[in-house]
Write a protein that binds this ligand. Structure first.
Ligand SMILES: Cc1ncc(COP(=O)(O)O)c(C=O)c1O
Length: 441
């Protein structure tokens, strides 16, 4: 590790200098806690295709891909063209525009639950508003979320994300007494909790794949059981597909699992890498957000930057391309499988690999399959960070230390094989050495 740090420092003097300046002006030097890693994060100058280039000219093959938002790769030429053309006609109208209708036409054509949509500027806001709509619709208070589930930074939903799951995630929160936690991938356990709160349960929000919580796909039976229990309680079933929407297939993950959510939240890919969030839902439910329906309405502001034409155009260009070239999913899912298989072999005896489609994550020191957030959190995340940092320092391969990786259509088999070879070479320390609990978000 010390050698990796020395090598990294040697390669990144410009980043060191600029990050020191950043640290004087920004809390922790960053604008999102997870972007920091020791000894300092490199400073990016540009991105294209599968690569990030830092201010010292180092090129990294990127598997962080803009918080997993860039399914076509960085600065995709088609998206760039549309965005550049939009910017010439203005990028912030603050009024109704046809660009929004173009994006919503694509979304509603692929997501049956999206009978009505409202845009926000982030995924955090989308889930926050989905919870509000559920409360307004049912006249109840409680929202259930899964252990390890990550839905952004709203004060109430930022609960039971990190191990041990039952202590506050930090100071300054509010409204958490109205959030209850269900176990993940445990249909019976989840149904029991929901039943206990049946009389005051407004909604249940869950991810089809725990993203921040450890890249763990949900069992379809689990999601069906949660949906059924929610419906029996008269509560809304909300799927957070901010990571999985248009990532695993053209549309959402839920359709393939035979689910019928009341609300689906989207973000990331639907903005083509520009700021976005979306609450999509059944007409009857989404009507609560309508200003005309004063009685029992839910304020869903959307916000200053909601449906700005630049985000709408970048999103529409991305979904348009995915719609016309469905082979993208065949390619990225094949590369994802190659990464998971290759890493499982390269890290045999040291780590287990989870994921699905184009998503993957290694778990060091796992005793068996990692299929719930407690098992993921019990793994050696410090070892994972060291492994990721080693690849940054030595191999020019970037996965944000400690996080899940994502393949884009700009990656090739050769890239994956290089990552696997670098993983094979990496001398990650054995379990326990230097181990400490590292928060997932
Ligand atoms: C499942 C899920 N929901 C919500 C969010 C929050 O989205 P944003 O960071 O755009 O606020 C994220 C972010 O990673 C996420 O993974």
């Amino acid at each position: 590790m010390d050698e990796d740090v020395r090598e990294y420092r040697r390669r990144t003097p410009g980043s060191a200098r600029i990050f020191a300046k950043s640290a004087r002006m920004h809390v922790g030097g960053v604008s999102h806690n997870i972007r920091y890693f020791e000894p300092y994060p490199f400073v990016t100058r540009s991105s294209a295709g599968r690569s990030l280039t830092d201010v010292d000219g180092n090129r990294y093959t990127d598997y962080w891909m803009g918080h997993w938002s860039l399914v076509l790769g960085h600065a995709d030429p088609g998206v760039t063209r549309e965005l550049a053309s939009q910017v010439r006609s203005g990028w912030m109208y603050g009024t109704v525009n046809e660009q929004t209708i173009r994006l919503s036409t694509l979304i509603s054509g692929a997501v049956p639950a999206a009978e009505k949509t409202r845009y926000t500027a982030s995924g955090t806001e989308a889930v926050m508003y989905a919870a509000r709509i559920a409360r307004a619709h049912t006249g109840r208070r409680i929202i259930a979320k899964a252990e390890g589930g990550w839905h952004g930074y709203a004060s109430d939903l930022l609960k039971s994300v990190n191990r041990p799951f039952d202590v506050p995630e930090g100071a300054g929160m509010g409204g958490q007494e109205e959030i209850v936690t269900i176990p993940y991938n445990d249909p019976q356990g989840a149904a029991d909790v929901l039943r206990r709160h049946a009389g005051d349960l407004a909604g249940v929000v869950v991810e089809p794949l725990l993203g921040g919580g450890g890249c763990i796909p949900a069992e379809p039976d689990y999601l069906r059981a949660v949906q059924e229990a929610a419906s029996k309680c008269g509560a809304l079933f909300i799927l957070d597909e901010i990571v999985t929407g248009f990532r695993l297939r053209y549309g959402c993950a839920y359709e393939k699992m035979g689910l019928d959510p009341d609300i689906v939240t989207l973000g990331k890919i639907i903005g083509g890498g520009m700021p976005i969030g979306a609450i999509c839902g059944k007409e009857e439910v989404m009507r609560r957000a309508d200003d005309g329906d004063r009685e029992g309405r839910a304020y869903v502001g959307g916000g200053t930057f909601s449906a700005n034409p630049a985000s709408m155009v970048a999103g529409a260009a991305t979904l348009g391309r995915l719609k016309s070239d469905r082979a993208v999913y065949g390619r990225i899912n094949e590369l994802g499988g190659r990464a998971r298989d290759g890493l499982e072999r390269a890290l045999a005896g040291r780590a287990r690999v989870t994921g699905t489609g184009s998503l993957f994550m290694a778990h060091f020191g796992a005793d068996g399959p990692v299929d719930d957030p407690a098992k993921a959190a019990a793994c050696d995340r410090e070892a994972l960070r060291r492994y990721h940092f080693g690849m940054i320092a030595r191999d020019g391969i970037f996965i944000l230390p400690g996080k899940m990786g994502a393949v884009s259509d700009a990656h090739s088999r050769r890239d994956i094989d290089q990552m696997v070879a670098a993983s094979e070479r990496s001398g990650v320390p054995p379990r326990g050495q230097g181990r400490k609990d590292v928060p997932v978000v």
